[in-house]
Design a protein around this ligand. Sequence first.
Ligand code: I3P
Length: 456
Amino acid sequence: MPKECRRKTSKDLGFSVTGINDASRLERRGAAKSSQICDELVHTAAQIAPTSGPPTLMDAPRVPQVTITPEGGGSSREMQQEDWDEAVDGTLRRKLSNSSISSTGSSVVESEDDLLSDNESKSKGIVTLEHLDPGESKAPWWKLKTIVHWSFSASQRKRLNWVQLAGHKGNFKAADEGTILKKFSENEMQCFEKLRNDALLPFVPEYLGVVEKDGESFLHMTDLLANFDLPNVMDCKMGVRTYLEEELVRARERPKPREDLYNKMVEVDSEGPTPQEHSQRGVTKPRYMQWRETMSSTNTLGFRIEGTKKSDGSCRTDFKKTRSKQDVIQVFKDFVDGNVDIVKSYLNKLTEIQQALKTSEFFKRHEVIGSSLLFIHDHTGSAQVWIIDFGKTTALPEGHTLNHGIPWQEGNREDGYLWGLENLIHTLETVRSAASVETCCSVTKENSQNIKSQGQ
Ligand code: I3P
């Protein structure tokens, strides 16, 4: 279950920023009122309205609230102390210990001042961070051209939850004004660049350019949760295939059994590995990914639930064996707490996305692997669905297109995205019907109780 990583002391925060390349959007954001929050699932500054109708840019930049990232992370770090202890205005304010959440999720707590602690062996969970109070920040740093140091004091911060529901740990860093930084990926950057002029643009996080921090490059993007109040978040990985064909070819040519994947497999099903895999204590990546697909609903429905985080703070990532449509429906029912209006809003969004996908040139020309739909709603009735994670979305050779609905056979590069989306819509339609019936039944029950008590 999720770990809670608490920031124990207030810190100074600074970012060195270079290469932001979307002047017009930034300008729009700059004009925005500057309220701010902080978290992971995603993304910053110019926000998209969490209301009905197609998403629109809003002018309330905030620091990211929740992030859902790809898991794993290798040696990458997540939100380490030094991330918050930058040199500010040329002066090194504070440099505390090296407390961090490591790629295996264990913590190294060296002093009372350590920023984060993490006792879980998983790389997913809740992380409590601090954020700026609205209106108290300095001028938005992205408006400044090249290298900027930005800081704020302890009194300007509040605590907020960060949640990692899926993905590589350590891939994200908080940025300011409702934005986040995601570890640079050439592939994902190219996708964002191409999406600038595509029908899918309203449904993807706003991309603000490349940012350099501590010698590392990041993609700067909007915090998709910034306009929600105590959001509920679900990550659904789309498609019938979650690995690239080239990964399959590579594994065939040079098989590299991995012990970490073997361990993950055994944790879920001790009978999962073959006798040979047991004896070598290792499975190859595509073998693991295929196993994951068959254990979950990826193969049968063309999508799977990766994680959920609810407004009450509960966070679940234990969906590896959530396979049947009934099980998926149950997870959705719990996620929306039987709220039929939220389900209807989600269905509207999914239909809009489906339409946009059918006209998108980008979608036609890309194999979309490992991308998720991110569902977000809150108690105000706001609901939104976003297309996220393009790290493994790959352009096809010139002149080639995909159908996205026909079965995959090695070589055809089909991903089953549209088929999965159709199944997802059907699933939510079932949830809607069930929620409507339940609402109707509870009203009838209430009415009959009223009549009964009036008759007494
Ligand atoms: C991981 C998940 C990720 C994948 C990662 C897997 O498995 O499928 O999508 O990263 O591979 O370990 P799980 O969900 O069971 O934790 P990519 O999508 O980037 O391939 P990795 O361990 O090689 O990072």
